[in-house]
Design a binder for this molecule. Structure first.
Ligand code: PHE
Length: 338
């Protein structure tokens, strides 16, 4: 009997503030393994004359527990209403927002893949470079304008260190560390101290290529670049080489492709000429080979460097270079799935 009273007090004192506590209550007082249930099985040990009252008391207690349980349950459901939408298993799932590759990355990869298909491999290097890898090894004269603060971002108090102005610096690093034959493409970000306009930016992307072996000819370079232009812009694309000058190549040229925005008729991108300049190229100057520890009597090679933004503009017909760096999702999302 005292056990019954004990359990009765426990029931009354039990605090149910959560679904978890409610379940504990059920286990403790109402389940098959509860103390109440074990009291019932004690009935055979109770003297016969007391059995009736004992049975009644236990049953009352059971009802009391059940009543408390039902009340607690109702209260809990009231305070935590079941939100229908959370439990609606037929509700369509929320769409996962997928990002898209940036158009510059898309074109970078495309260019790299074309050159990789003919045996070039990718090389990378630091964006903060020293004078040797940026200029001196590449045969820049001491008074070349690229060494001027007006054209190049130098690190404060360190006139020898600058943000790289071209990825030719990677080519120097490759030549210093590898023996010919060398066949690399060097993609990367470059920086120039330029005013930002629709056609120019102080930061852009380049891919430079370098091929060094025995008896490399200008004709090989031209053929390789033509192969690239047709793969990139379509079989009908025409190329045009114009004589040019770079300190690190001799002879040097600039290459134009026929404008695929206007089909050669003339538009703002090609400035009415029907041609768009996409790269600089030339035969590696023997001085550069010697500077990098490659015997210029035995080896020759060609190099080229192309601007990714310009090519992306031709490919996707965008007329303002600034759009690539503003991170406006409305612009960037247009390239999804490309
Ligand atoms: N480095 C040159 C530039 O940044 C491009 C180039 C690379 C030209 C290789 C010729 C050969 O403009």
């Amino acid at each position: 009997m005292s056990k019954i009273e004990e359990i009765c007090a426990e029931i009354e004192q039990f605090k149910v503030e959560s679904a978890e506590k409610l379940e504990n209550f059920r286990l403790q007082f109402l389940s098959k393994k509860s103390e109440l249930q074990s009291l019932l099985s004690e009935i055979k040990n109770v003297p016969p004359e007391e059995r009736k009252t004992f049975g009644q008391k236990v049953n009352e207690l059971k009802q009391k527990a059940q009543q408390y349980y039902d009340e607690y349950k109702a209260k809990l459901e009231e305070s935590e209403p079941v939100v229908a939408s959370n439990n609606d298993l037929t509700r369509p799932a929320e769409m996962l927002e997928l990002g898209a590759a940036h158009p510059i990355s898309v074109v970078m990869n495309e260019v790299c893949e074309i050159f990789e298909s003919i045996g070039f491999t990718r090389a990378t290097g630091p964006e903060i470079e020293d004078d040797w890898h940026l200029f001196t090894a590449l045969n820049f004269a001491p008074d070349h304008p690229a060494r001027d603060m007006q054209d190049t971002f130098f690190v404060n108090q360190q006139p020898d260190i600058a943000l790289r102005t071209h990825t030719s610096s990677i080519q120097v690093r490759v030549m210093e560390n590898q023996k010919p034959p060398i066949r690399v493409i060097c993609p990367g970000r470059v920086f120039r101290n330029e005013a930002i306009t629709s056609r120019a930016h102080c930061m852009f992307h380049q891919i430079e290529g370098l091929y060094i072996a025995e008896n490399v000819s200008f004709a090989e370079m031209k053929q390789t670049l033509m192969f690239f232009a047709k793969k990139m812009f379509g079989e009908d694309t025409k190329i045009r080489l114009r004589p040019s000058y770079f300190p690190f190549t001799e002879p040097s040229a600039e290459m134009d492709v026929s404008c695929n925005i206007c089909g050669g008729k003339g538009c703002t991108l090609c400035k009415g000429s029907g041609w768009v300049e996409i790269l600089g190229c030339g035969m590696v100057d023997p001085n550069v080979l010697d500077n990098c520890g490659i015997d210029s009597k035995k080896y020759s090679g060609y190099a080229f460097g192309l601007g990714i933004e310009r090519m992306t503009q031709v490919k996707y017909k965008t007329n303002d270079i600034r759009l690539f760096f503003e991170n406006d999702l409305r612009f960037l999302q247009q390239f999804t799935g490309m």
